[in-house]
Design a binder for this molecule. Structure first.
Ligand code: ATP
Ligand code: MG
Length: 174
């Protein structure tokens, strides 16, 4: 049996959670560990990270699942459905044991909005095959996830351009 991997959580309100997760993905991929990233985000705008990952898809596999967490009544069911499909995929990827790193980007929202049961998610994470490291990102990681994680980093906002009206920049925010 190989060594047990670690669970890393990037949380907090400051910028840097997703981009740090991609840094981790590059690091793992560079050592030849298969990497799978699942982004639970709205897939409307193509992000720079998705484009770059597509260029090196033999190193980093990326899936975008989810239509965003706009809780407008008319698309709530669709949001939930996409998120659940994403979780099903994530679960399969983790349980396969094929990846040295699985990134679940913006995953805390699935737990925080009760889209998936925390117990189910934590059970899957706990039972992951040896050698599977996991990075989870998203604001407001809950106590159950924090307790299970081996490494937790809180990005704390000290200053952000949004406060003074600076618009989301290509290559910086997305
Ligand atoms: P990044 O993707 O840049 O690493 P993040 O994952 O920490 O940021 P999220 O909470 O996922 O941030 O927010 C998504 C978007 O909001 C990103 O475009 C991000 O750059 C931007 N953002 C992050 N933190 C802040 C903040 N404190 N104020 C305004 N916008 C932010
Ligand atoms: Mg993010």
């Amino acid at each position: 049996m190989g060594k047990q991997g670690v669970i890393m959580v990037n949380t907090g309100n400051g910028k840097g959670k997703t981009t740090a997760a991609f840094g981790q993905a590059l690091r793992a991929a560079g050592h030849g560990f298969p990497v799978c990233v699942i982004q639970f985000i709205k897939g409307k705008w193509q992000t720079g990270e998705a484009r770059a990952a597509a260029e090196c898809s033999e190193l980093i596999e990326l899936h975008v699942r989810g239509t965003g967490f706009t809780w407008a009544a008319e698309d709530r069911d669709e949001v939930k459905k996409a998120a659940l499909q994403g979780w099903k995929l994530a679960r399969t990827k983790i349980e396969s044991g094929r990846y040295g790193l699985v990134v679940l980007d913006e995953f805390t929202y699935l737990l925080n909005y009760g889209i998936i049961a925390e117990k189910e998610a934590l059970d899957v994470l706990r039972a992951r095959p040896a050698g599977v490291n996991v990075v989870i990102t998203g604001r407001a990681a809950g106590p159950g996830l924090l307790a299970l994680a081996d490494i937790v980093t809180e990005m704390r906002e000290i200053k952000h351009g949004y406060g003074s009206g600076v618009k989301a920049g290509k290559g910086v925010e997305f």
